[in-house]
Design a binder for this molecule. Structure first.
Ligand SMILES: *Cc1c(COP(=O)(O)O)cnc(C)c1O
Length: 430
């Protein structure tokens, strides 16, 4: 499989764009090799600039649950484009999408649209701070909530739960209000509440997808809810990734734990840039222009993006069984790969939530970031490039989740499993 054109394109890109990419994970840094430059997507497949075809298990990092160029979404977008790209004034499509979104979740009465998950989370946290009149927030190590300043934190020195900036350019003054806890560990959250009486919100991916796929234990989420209630703290579920992927009605529908604020993104835009945050009416009333908490966006609720989101979510609503079908396929895929790995003496931990799948080359089950980081990164890199050479496009980092789209057939799943056996064989012989 030649990658000459990708190599050339990447060289040129690097001379003009930092690292040659507009989002760092795309650069293939953790798996080595050169990122493939894409010319086209069609259904389950990606085609690169060298003309190679791959079965795509990344799906633009989540949004494309119906695969590339879904006919319904494409039509809706083209129709919207004909009426104008942007107005900066309200359109009916925003209300229609809001109605649809609110209808999916028990926990939210109103929703505001933005243009990315980062923006949704940043705004949700400002809203929580405005509503509670408090400054501190709690986040979990390994959960990703976009790249806003106060969320780029890592553990500080000593036993304190207050975080340090994880990136240059973030003032320590901004992250000193972010406390860090350990995923699936309620004691670590209790320690945060002991360290601060000023916690506005706890933010969590209830089904974490940014340290590989690591769902929170149900019991842990119930205890988290209780702790928040006892302390007058809001609970934010960041479902930018898991929303409409793990289930249609949010983690609340499978765990029985309701968040105070919910953030969404990815699938909600059907492939266009859309993010959203919602809450019960009392909380949303704090938001500008109804209330004093400021939040705005020139392209927020963009009509073309709304059209794509409406088409995607309408299709999901009409095909409510779709998640169960994708889950069955995802299970078959990871189970098949696990068996292939096992027959070559490799232990794989696997998990599935709806159309999301995850796997770790790890002897032990993964419950938090430290567990995930204990996985065999070298083996993952070999697996990744082996599968890519076989024509299977998996996420280029062991900390990412895989996605099944409706365009992935049972036959493709079987082929992927067969290819994985071939790759494991080559890895273990080499
Ligand atoms: C992707 C993601 C974000 C950030 O969304 P962007 O659209 O990339 O800004 C936030 N939270 C979670 C859980 C995500 O998976």
């Amino acid at each position: 499989m030649s990658r000459d054109a990708s190599i050339k394109a990447f060289e040129e890109a690097q001379s003009l764009i930092p690292g040659g990419v507009n989002s760092p994970v795309r650069a293939f840094k953790s798996v080595g090799g050169v990122p493939v430059f894409i010319t086209e997507g069609e259904g389950a497949y990606l085609t690169d600039v060298d003309g190679n075809k791959y079965v795509d298990f990344v799906q633009s990092w989540g949004p494309l649950i119906f695969g590339h160029r879904d006919e319904t979404i494409e039509k809706a977008v083209i129709e919207a484009v004909k009426h104008g790209l942007s107005f900066g004034a309200p359109t009916q499509a925003e209300t229609d999408l809001a109605k649809l979104v609110v209808g999916f979740f028990d926990s939210i009465d109103k929703v505001r649209f933005v243009s990315s998950g980062t923006e949704a989370v940043m705004s949700a946290i400002r809203l929580a701070r405005g509503f509670t009149g408090r400054d501190d927030i709690v986040k979990f190590t390994g959960c990703y909530h976009g790249h806003s300043d106060s969320l780029l934190v890592e553990a500080g020195s000593g036993a304190a739960t207050f975080g340090n900036p994880s990136s240059p350019g973030v003032p320590a003054d901004f992250t000193k209000h972010t406390l860090l806890a350990t995923y699936n560990d309620i004691q670590s959250v209790k320690k945060c509440f002991a360290d601060s009486k000023d916690i506005a919100c706890v933010i969590i991916e209830p089904i974490a997808g940014n340290m590989g796929l690591v769902p929170a234990d149900k019991e842990f989420l119930h205890e988290l809810r209780k702790l928040c209630d006892e302390n007058g703290t809001l609970l934010i579920f960041d479902e930018v990734m898991s929303g409409f992927r793990a289930t249609l009605h949010g983690a609340e529908s499978i765990t029985g734990v309701k968040p105070d604020i919910l953030t969404l993104g990815k699938v909600i835009g059907g492939g266009m840039p859309v993010g959203a945050f919602g809450a019960r009416a009392e909380i949303m009333a704090m938001l500008s222009p109804d209330g004093p908490v400021y939040q705005a966006g020139t392209l927020s609720g963009n009509p073309v993006a709304m059209a794509a989101g409406l088409a995607a979510l309408t299709k999901l609503k009409q095909n409510a069984r779709v998640i169960a079908v994708l889950e069955e396929r995802a299970k078959r895929l990871v189970e098949g790969m696990r068996k292939s790995a096992s027959s070559y003496g490799i232990t794989m931990q696997t998990d599935v939530r709806g159309s999301m799948f995850g796997f770790f080359f790890n002897e032990k089950p993964v419950k938090n970031f430290a567990d995930a980081a204990n996985s065999d990164a070298e083996l993952f890199a070999k697996f990744h490039s082996g599968m890519l050479n076989e024509g299977y496009y998996f996420a280029c980092s062991l900390y990412e989740t895989g996605f099944i789209s409706t365009a992935v057939t049972d036959e493709m799943i079987e082929d992927t499993i067969r290819a994985s056996a071939k790759v494991f064989k080559a890895i273990t012989n080499g």
